[in-house]
Design a protein around this ligand. Structure first.
Ligand code: ASP
Length: 432
């Protein structure tokens, strides 16, 4: 059976078991399964720092000229920002039309809060200064992805500039990247167990009753994510990249499901990188740059959620927002999504920034906090699909997408990852 089917079955079983345990008053049993999921999350996290570093250095070092790097960077940034702005606008439009906040009992909703630990959002200056590591080893040790990207890009450029003398270093990184990809395959094959445990835990903890008072807001975020993914990404893949959109979603399904359960785009990054390369035929040169960057700065799902939540809170508190306030939300949420870390619940912290920008009551964050995990599942899932979409678009425009690999049925490629993981027979999809 293919990996995505196994993950899908695990997710469904976890959901059913979790709801049953919750309804029968056995939420503690659901919670006791969580460590299996945590083990999977830890194993994936273990991969992130070495995987990003070695694959990005290897990718950059394989560039023929540095102008390509600049072009790649510019396209990636522009697409990430533009799509984020579109996502918030969809979120705003849906909440304006469906009015999820009208008639909400603020007291009751806040009472169901399970996690109102809201910390300060970082300033923009801090975010920019924080891009450059003063000590790369510290960046590795603390897992600061943006700083690792900056160091890896500069290191890779230096390899190109150093020329022949740097050949051994380049070869080392090429080979280390292969090893990290192999290790990633092995760990991803355990995804079904991790996904099952996490899903059981979430469904067991929340149950259905807790979601009822805010069902409309949950519905808006899920609907918005579905519209953005199907219409915006699907449309771009079909009409701009001229690729089959169905294959795109099939190829992205593993990272989508892992992100849905672990609610961390950074924590899904190894799975996303593997899917982009093996399922979507994107060259490692493009995926190793565009995806780690996306996992840290591109948060379309988060931005959409902030749009929905801001309007929801305004409606719940009876505040009328003006057009300029809506524009402020679009701008702040786009910038906030860049500064949002790809970790669980980070979007909730940045929501306070968005609310402050238009003078909405910060207590609104506490209402959302109670259901944030449920919202985080869909928004993180969409964050990683967004990363995959931009990766395909950039790769296609650079001639770095192997269409034969993209069009090959998913089934074969998933089996190749898992069942022949140790045989060394996988085709090298890197376009050098
Ligand atoms: N959990 C999200 C992610 O990792 C960020 C967020 O909280 O919105 O992409």
């Amino acid at each position: 059976m293919t990996l995505w089917k196994k993950i899908f079955i695990a997710l469904t079983l976890g959901l059913v078991l979790g709801v049953v345990l919750n309804q029968t008053g056995n939420a503690d049993i659901a919670a006791s399964i969580k460590p299996i999921g945590d083990l999977f999350i830890r194993a994936i996290k273990m991969l992130i720092v070495p995987l990003i570093f070695v694959s990005l250095v290897a990718g950059i070092a394989s560039l023929k000229d540095l102008a390509t790097m600049g072009r790649l960077g510019a396209k990636t940034f522009a697409l990430y920002l533009a799509l984020t702005a579109v996502a918030i606008s969809i979120g705003l439009a849906l909440s304006i039309i469906f009015k999820p906040g009208v008639g909400v009992d603020i007291g009751a909703a806040t009472a169901s809060n399970v996690n109102a630990d809201v910390s300060e959002a970082p300033t923009i200056t801090d975010t920019v200064l924080g891009l450059v590591p003063t000590n790369p080893i510290e960046a590795f040790a603390t897992g600061n992805v943006l700083q690792i990207i900056v160091f890896a890009v500069l290191f890779g450029i230096a390899i190109v500039l150093a020329g022949d003398v740097a050949k051994p270093v380049k070869n080392f990184f090429d080979s280390a990247a292969e090893v990290m990809y192999r290790l990633t395959s092995i760990i991803i094959s355990f995804a079904p167990y991790g996904v099952f445990a996490l899903m059981t835990w979430v469904a067991g903890t929340y149950g259905l009753d807790m979601l009822a008072p805010l069902a409309k807001v949950i519905g808006m975020v899920y609907l918005g994510c579905a519209i953005h993914a199907l219409v915006v990404y699907g449309g771009l893949i079909k009409f701009v990249a001229r690729l089959n959109p169905v294959r795109f979603f099939q190829g992205s399904i593993e990272p989508m499901m892992v992100a849905f359960t672990n609610t961390s785009s950074s924590g899904t990054l190894p799975v996303t990188m593997m899917a982009a390369e093996r399922n979507l035929g994107v060259s490692r040169r493009v995926s190793s740059f565009v995806l780690p960057l996306g996992a840290t700065i591109n948060m379309d799902g988060t931005a959409l959620y902030q749009g929905v939540c801001a309007v929801f809170i305004a409606q719940a508190y009876g505040v009328d927002l003006s057009t300029s306030q809506y524009l402020t939300i679009v701008l702040t949420a786009t910038l906030a999504s860049i500064g949002t870390a790809g970790v669980p619940g980070a979007g909730l912290i940045m929501l306070s920034l968005v609310l402050t920008s238009v003078g909405l009551p910060l207590e609104g964050v506490a209402i959302i906090a109670g259901i944030d995990r449920i919202l985080d599942m869909s928004r993180t899932s969409m964050n990683v699909v967004g990363d995959c979409a931009v990766t395909c678009l950039v790769a296609r425009s650079e001639g770095e997408l192997d269409q034969a690999a993209y069009d090959t049925p998913h089934v074969l490629k998933s089996e190749a990852i898992i069942d022949h993981g140790g045989s060394g027979e996988q085709p090298d999809t890197t376009l050098t």
